[in-house]
Write a protein that binds this ligand. Structure first.
Ligand code: PEP
Length: 249
């Protein structure tokens, strides 16, 4: 049985005042049968970890460097994320791939570093609208998976998030069939590469305009083990609607 996961990506949003949202979330789910994770900006991570201490909510990073330490001005290592209280890190988000030119091999190196440090790596894959319209979605996802996912991956340290780029922050969502097709494909690929045991134990998240109003139906799709949520994770009122839908799924 895979434990379901509702993960929030605050991106470059939130200053000290936003910690009250996290406090409310931690109060709302003092115990839970699913995992709830918030990835705030790095500046809030340590304080966020203090806020959720002794609760079921955990916190994570949004990126890390592939090296453990050194002359990399402005970067953060996986060990630093652990030191700040993180349990996971989002890697290969399309915004990092686009804004910072991150390639699959960069994502793979970062994921190795994250796993070596004891973090769960949430590796994001997803196609552009152009790629979907050209019927290249599965080829793109397959290539991103082979390029970005390290060999040392297990059901414990790897989570894959399918995030169609055209659905992120746009209010557009693929059909349930389209989501199911990609998630089944990802599961199949993982089973072929890592064997059935590991392949079946890796959690797969859907991400892209998930809201309380569409979460129920998305969580009913095969091989969807939860969601990676951007905009709707910023306010606990909205994110709780998604967590509640996952609790019922
Ligand atoms: C994301 O960026 O990971 C994301 C899914 O964003 P949103 O939920 O806002 O579409």
């Amino acid at each position: 049985m895979r434990r379901k996961l509702a993960a929030g990506n605050w991106k470059m949003n939130g200053t000290t005042a936003a910690l009250s949202e996290l406090e409310a979330l931690a109060r709302a789910y003092p115990t839970s049968s699913i995992d709830v994770l918030i990835c705030p900006p790095a500046t809030l991570l340590h304080r966020a970890a203090e806020v959720v201490r002794d609760t079921e909510v955990t916190v994570g990073g949004q990126n890390c460097h592939a090296a453990t330490a050194g002359a990399h001005t402005g970067d953060i290592s996986a060990d630093m994320l652990v030191d700040a209280g993180a349990s996971a890190v989002i890697l290969g988000h399309s915004e990092r791939r686009e804004d910072h030119g991150e390639q699959n091999e960069d994502v793979r190196a970062k994921a190795r570093a994250a796993m070596d440090a004891g973090l769960k790596a949430i590796i994001c894959v997803g196609e552009s609208l152009e790629q979907r319209e050209a019927a290249n979605t599965l080829d793109i996802i397959g290539g991103q998976m082979s390029g970005s996912i390290p060999d040392q991956s297990t059901g414990e340290n790897l989570i894959v998030a399918y995030e169609p780029i055209w659905a992120i922050g746009t209010g557009k969502v693929p059909t349930l069939n389209e989501i199911g097709e990609v998630h089944d494909f990802i599961r199949n690929r993982l089973e072929r590469r890592f064997g059935e045991g590991v392949g079946r134990s890796v959690r797969l998240l859907y991400g892209g305009s998930v809201k309380p109003s569409n979460a129920d139906e998305i969580f009913g799709v095969s091989n969807v083990d939860g969601a990676l949520v951007g905009g709707a994770s910023l306010k606990t009122r909205d994110f709780s609607g998604i967590v509640d839908a996952l609790l019922k799924a």
